[in-house]
Structure formats: C-alpha cells, structure tokens
Design a protein around this ligand. Structure first.
Ligand code: FES
Length: 106
C-alpha cells in the first residue's frame, strides 16, 4: 500500500500505509494524527481538514471549485500548497507523499 507521511503541528512525523481510494483525511483521523479535525466527515463543508501538501505537487489532482471555495475559509494561513485532505484520494502515484498539518483548524 502507498504510504503517506503526516507532519503534525509539533513537528512529529507519522507514517501510515493507506489503501488506494482512501482520502488523506480518513488516513489521518483513523490513526489519531494530531492537527486534523475533519468536522464534516469529508463532505468538503468545514475546511477543518486543511493541510499543506509538501511533495508530489505534480501528481496531486487539482482542487475542484467547491474545494477552492472552502479553502478561502481555512483558519490557518492559506498557502499555495494548501489543500483539504478529504479531497485528496490516495493512489499509487501519491506513494510517499508528505503532508503537513497546520497549527489551527478553527
Ligand atoms: S473534512 Fe470537512 S472539508 Fe474536509
């Protein structure tokens, strides 16, 4: 299974094997990764699964219009690599991806 590395707000790194098709949000919440809230459960309606994608910029599919709208509401600084983790599905192309969680989600 492809692996993701989450960098928690403290700087702690957590590596998780993720089945293809699972979202990065599901991977983080089901493994207790700090810094992921995901209040809406993956409906692209809360923006509390904000993350910074630190690698694989060319492999991560572009954000859809509704994700772009929600990214305008993130609590932490929005950066060029800001994404919503519930909208990124794991795939073989994303094996080894590194994702940083922000200090705040509210
Ligand atoms: S979990 Fe709510 S927008 Fe991603």
């Amino acid at each position: 299974m492809p692996q993701v590395t989450f960098i928690e707000p403290s700087g702690n790194e957590v590596q998780i094997d993720v089945a293809n098709g699972w979202s990065l949000m599901q991977a983080a919440t089901s493994n207790g990764v700090e810094g992921m809230e995901a209040e809406c459960g993956g409906s692209c309606a809360c923006a509390t699964c904000h993350c910074y994608v630190e690698s694989h910029a060319d492999q991560v599919p572009a954000a859809a219009a509704n994700e772009e709208e929600m990214l305008a509401n993130v609590a932490a600084e929005r950066r060029p690599n800001s994404r919503l983790a519930c909208q990124i599905k794991m795939s073989d192309e994303l094996a080894g991806i590194v994702v940083r969680l922000p200090e705040v989600q509210y």
